[in-house]
Design a protein around this ligand. Structure first.
Ligand SMILES: Nc1ncnc2c1ncn2[C@@H]1O[C@H](COP(=O)(O)OP(=O)(O)OP(=O)(O)O)[C@@H](O)[C@H]1O
Length: 271
């Protein structure tokens, strides 16, 4: 087999049989049960499902941001073949914010209102790139904002978050996630707080970034229309299980599961 073929076969992110439980005062509550999900380089996988289906739990498990009462009971998560999560194993600290970038719902909450954009980027770069020089920090900060299709990068670098529009703030948040040149990005409902036009622009930006940088993107959303626009593959979650997954158009045009059909039926403009 050629080297290229081997590379294509190996998933960048490989979630296998993942089960996660929350410990409550008097009982255990299963949050994820036997979840399988693989993401390749240059691939966007949408995780969809109703509120409470376990999407965020899955996204947070990849970066080790589960709450204290939550533990992995079985299965594993591997990144580029390295097992980072399993029962009693948590090696997410070395990849979080470095090999795996994260973008969450509300950019205004993930950005510090007292810090200019330049300081945000500098902090991330210094934390993750050993011995990086001041000039290199500046060069990479401008470069990443330009990658985010921000034309006046230097003005944005000198701005505080509140001086930017919601769309620009979310572009900055995405820039912060990719400035360390990760192989994988986890985005959790990161367009939900944006108006529809801005949402479309952010989705287009993600597609371009994934194609240009060859990263894998795990895109959590409750919005099936958005997922169908952006994602190569879709995994449908219900009550902590992946009930159906496959190429986006196949899942949405020819759903095999009743649950998926019900989700689609709830969208007024579908069909
Ligand atoms: N630490 C926890 N302790 C107890 N229950 C939890 C905990 N974290 C999540 N849950 C429960 O697990 C279920 C799945 O939550 P999760 O946030 O993963 O769902 P979701 O699909 O992302 O929903 P949403 O779209 O509303 O964010 C929910 O019922 C939630 O209340």
């Amino acid at each position: 087999m050629t080297e290229q073929a081997t590379e294509q076969r190996e998933a960048l992110l490989d979630v296998a049989g993942l089960s996660i439980t929350a410990r409550l005062a008097d009982s255990d509550l299963p949050l994820l049960e036997d979840v399988d999900l693989a993401i390749g380089r240059g691939e966007i996988v949408g995780v969809v499902g109703e509120s409470g289906s376990g999407k965020t739990t899955l996204a947070r498990a990849v970066v080790g941001l589960l709450e204290k009462n939550v533990r992995v009971d079985g299965g594993s998560i591997a990144l580029s073949g390295d097992r980072i999560v399993a029962k009693g194993v948590d090696r997410t600290g070395k990849v979080r914010g470095a090999a795996v970038g994260m973008v969450f719902q509300d950019a205004s909450r993930s950005l510090n209102p007292l810090m200019k954009v330049r300081a945000h980027l500098a902090e991330v770069l210094r934390r993750h790139v050993d011995g990086i020089t001041k000039d290199e920090v500046e060069r990479r900060s401008v470069e990443v904002l330009e990658q985010m299709r921000i034309t006046d990068a230097r003005r944005v670098l000198d701005s505080y978050p509140h001086q930017l529009s919601g769309g620009l703030r979310q572009r900055v948040a995405i820039g912060l996630a990719v400035v360390t040149r990760p192989s994988m990005v986890i985005a959790d409902e990161c367009t939900t707080a944006l108006d529809v036009t801005t949402q479309t622009k952010v989705v287009e930006l993600f597609r371009t970034l994934v194609d240009e940088l060859g990263i894998g993107l795990l895109f959590v959303t409750h919005d099936l229309m958005l997922a169908s626009d952006l994602c190569d593959r879709i995994a449908v979650m219900n009550r902590g299980r992946v009930v159906e997954q496959g190429p986006a158009m196949e899942v949405l045009d020819r759903p095999r599961e009743d649950y998926t059909r019900r989700l689609l039926a709830a969208i007024p403009t579908w069909n």
